[in-house]
Ligand binder design. Structure first.
Ligand code: IPM
Ligand code: MN
Length: 359
């Protein structure tokens, strides 16, 4: 099979963690004879600097020509003043939308070796394994009309539109129900249907779909309560499905339950399983270039890519095991460091994972 991977290293710590992830992928590529061919492209601030726009056509056409996309992170204060439509984030949103990557899988798994790194009590988080399924190409992020307009009285008003149509709700619902079938059989749909019509429809469609998945137990929760429950008793959840903005917020909170957002991978999938794989964290411009970033979230994203888009399950298992091995060895970047462990820099962490794979 063809295994073409487009690598987008982006901004901030992106290039550093990409280098480490490539080290690891080069090892599995050879060891499992995967025949992955890599190409590179620009997105976000790096693209803006080089071409004047945050998502060049060339990047999109290379992505369309790939089996999977491995993405690091974009953005930074350097581009704070470039204007709304040129922002690096805009490039990422256009990219997700153009590729119809509507289904965002964001797992939050606590590694037993990192139980101390969580800000919550060990008994609240030990064994935590939840999956947030975030709708990624609709909702208030994309709804029209949107903008900043001047009112008759001369004052300005910012406005956005929160909407979801039935097709959008059904396709993310199906992805979430199917994920729940493969996991613990529980799906919690998060909405704000006590206030927002768009989510009244959301809840109605989820209910309509439920009989098609008799092995999944569907429940509903308002987003404010879900935020509270995530920090009160996160292990009550198995799969959570929600819209774009609620998912953005809840997945950051869920990530932190595991001690560090620097450990969490994610996948953004289209209806055919083509995906973009990226760490949940951002470009961390404050530590860029210092060798402090944790490359494990991107390395684990590469493992997800091997599993879901490249039909290389054994290689994915091996990468995940190698990450567990380096944690067992006590190696930690600053974000997951605790007393008694060994602080290492970005490249030492990548080297250790690559070495564990060869062992
Ligand atoms: C994320 C990020 C993006 C989002 C930003 C950078 C546009 O926060 O992937 O969660 O809000 O979707
Ligand atoms: Mn986010």
């Amino acid at each position: 099979m063809s295994r073409k991977v487009l690598v987008i290293s982006g901004d901030g710590i992106g290039p550093e963690i990409t280098t480490e992830t490539r080290k690891v992928l080069d090892v599995v590529n050879a060891r499992f004879d995967l025949g992955i061919e890599f190409d590179e492209a620009l997105l976000g601030g790096a693209a803006l600097d080089a071409t004047g726009i945050p998502m060049p056509d060339e990047t999109l056409s290379k992505a369309q020509d790939s089996d999977a996309i491995l993405f690091a992170a974009i953005g930074g204060p350097k581009w704070d003043d470039v204007g709304r439509d040129l922002r690096p984030e805009k490039g990422l949103l256009q990219f997700r939308s153009a590729l119809e990557l509507f289904g965002n899988l964001r797992p939050a798994i606590l590694y037993p070796q990192l139980a101390d790194a969580s800000s919550l009590k060990p008994e609240v988080v030990s064994g935590l394994d939840i999956l947030i399924v975030r709708e990624l190409t609709g909702g208030i992020y994309f709804g029209e009309p949107r903008g900043i307009r001047t009112l008759e009285n001369g004052e300005r008003e910012g406005y956005n539109t929160y909407k979801y149509n039935e097709t959008e709700i059904r396709r993310i619902g199906a992805m979430a129900f199917e994920a729940a079938q493969k996991r613990g059989g529980k799906l919690c749909s998060v909405d704000k249907s006590n206030v927002l019509e768009a989510t009244i429809l959301w809840r109605e469609i989820m209910e309509q779909m439920a009989p098609d998945y008799p092995d999944v137990e569907l429940s509903h929760m308002y987003v404010d309560n879900a935020a509270m429950q995530l920090v009160r008793a996160p292990k009550q959840f198995d799969v959570v499905v929600t819209g774009n903005m609620f998912g953005d917020i809840l997945s950051d909170a869920a990530a932190m339950l595991t001690g560090s957002i620097g450990m969490l991978p994610s996948a953004a999938l289209d209806k055919n399983g083509r995906g973009m794989y990226e760490p949940c964290h951002g470009s961390a411009p404050d530590i860029a270039g210092e060798g402090k970033a944790n490359p494990l979230a991107m390395i684990l994203s590469a493992a997800m890519m091997l599993r879901y888009s490249l039909d290389a399950v054994a290689a994915a298992d091996a990468v995940e095991k190698a990450v567990g091995d380096v944690l067992d060895q006590g190696l930690r970047t600053g974000d997951i460091y605790s007393e008694g462990t060994q602080l290492v820099n970005t490249s030492a962490m990548g080297d250790a994972v690559a070495a564990a794979l060869q062992a």
